[in-house]
Design a protein around this ligand. Sequence first.
Ligand code: XIL
Length: 361
Amino acid sequence: MTWSRRAILGSGLALAACERDAHSQPAPAAGPIAPLKSLAPFPIGTCAQVSHLDDPAWVQLARTHCSQLTPEWEMKMEYIVQPDGSFRFDRPDRLAGFARANGMRLYGTTLVWYSQKPDAFVNLDESRVSFAKAFDNYIAAVVGRYRGAAGWDVVNEAVAEDGDGWRESLWATKLGAFDHMVRAFDRAHAADPNATLFINDYNLEWLPKKLDTFLRLVERLLDAGAPVSGLGCQTHLAADLPSGAMERTLRQLARFGLPIHVSELDVSLTLSEKPFASARASTEAQARVYAETAQAFLALPRRQQFALTLWGLRDKDSWLRGKNAQDDPALFDDTGRPKATAQAFAQALSGGLYENASGRL
Ligand code: XIL
């Protein structure tokens, strides 16, 4: 059987052995850290929801540390496309406005994703409008409205869960397994020729076969002339990611010479398969994974460092908390204080080698 983190993530199964003592000890105290965006030579991003904009503590944290903003879900089909096929832009407009008002770049996600297939597309009356036309129109409307965004996830999670080929989806069925991707990139490029256009996926650092299929898909898209201009590595990681995995993965991704986006970074404690001896050992492992990711990204050529985006600033902001209330996957605790993990990450970002609490690498 092929194992996959996300299959488990999606299934909602509790991994009892891994959850054991996540909260049994308080996280080690940590002092303040410098603004992350001032430490990195590339943009530091965060995902955001409209509800965050009304939370002064979140706003303060995002303003201090981040220079790029990705709407977490309110710029996706799940929010924009209404049952009658009309579009709503009130919340994505607020997020885009917040980014603009705070000098942050806007990053859009996601235009085509197998997991989102609104009823208006499923039940489309094709005697009125063809599927291809409706697809084109969606991309033109959304990318056009946020013209000037730094980039877009145009195609999200196209590779099969286990890396064996590509996923089936409504879009693939209607418009062709490969052709719908080329079409999406073409339409997005036409709507905003200056935006960097990404293909984005996860588990690339975890499943060599998936990385390989992803790289071959990128090659094929480029050969077909699709305007793919960036590669996104989601980096939904777990604390037991082997040392060196991020470095190897980013180096492989970088071989096309395109900008790379570490697009959704979080490091789960509860999805770690390795049993840690203590809560302290698991948070140290988490700090190592965050720090190694920063180091691996820093090692890329400057022109290929598009951005590094944190998928949730505080533990309580993380989508992983919705999957497992015991998880603490972020850099900042629920009150917004930097955890020891954040210090390790900041130190790595500023080029310093990371040392764990026991004083050795
Ligand atoms: C998730 C968001 O965090 C949730 O709030 C939303 O309900 C569903 O999507 N891979 C992706 C992201 O590409 O878009 C997902 O974000 C997390 C997994």
